[in-house]
Design a protein around this ligand. Sequence first.
Ligand code: PEP
Ligand code: MN
Length: 252
Amino acid sequence: MKKTKNTIIIAGSCAAESLEQVLLSIEQAKKRKVDFLRVTLWKPRTKPGFEGLGEKGINLLIETAKQGVNPATEVLTAEQAKIVMKKLFSKVPDTKLLLWIGARNQNHFIQREIAKVASSDKRVYLMVKNQPWMNEDHWEGIVQHVLEGGISKDRLILCHRGFAPNGVNPNGYRNIPEYDMSMRIKDKTQLPMIFDPSHSGGSVEKVLQIGKEATKHNFDGFIVEVHHDPKNALTDASQQLTWEQFDELVSV
Ligand code: PEP
Ligand code: MN
């Protein structure tokens, strides 16, 4: 994918791990002019493990913003959204912030509450991923719920991360993309739709493959997991790209 004025590129590690790791990410993000850097503080996991630095990692978002890079993190509750916004903007008022609702967070009440908090500040963008199971109605419903929360359409981004395989999976993807469905949702909602080759592909080889395949569709950008030392990443080690591999996928 080639970065143009209208494409949205979000990149960075699966989880924010330490100051050293985030500083290395910032350095690389700056060279490539990514729109938002993943500095993810809360990580819902399939099975218990490292679940992110949580609130004590907010200083890493602040550091990112101080260096002129817009930070992005998943939030699981409206409280988390509030605390990130309050602490970040009190230190760096002129940054943008991307918050997102992940695939596993399918409580519509919480989705609306997060959207309501995000809608209260024009510096905040909200991204919403599709749910893990394949169902077009449910996906449309998520979008309707967050709009009910009051988020303005010009600060809302949708993201397709594929659907969990249900038995049949000849390509071995971690989550199987439904390109046509994602394009229908994009058309119906008139919202930007970006693609997540990382959680869809699940391994470096497949991330690169699926990322190239996805460029045949009308996506408005990518969110990609990139780590300076993927093998030693604390989460999703098998699918994180090096920055050189990221450059194969996205030219910025
Ligand atoms: C993520 O993007 O960090 C993530 C956990 O992905 P998903 O919510 O799509 O599983
Ligand atoms: Mn991940």
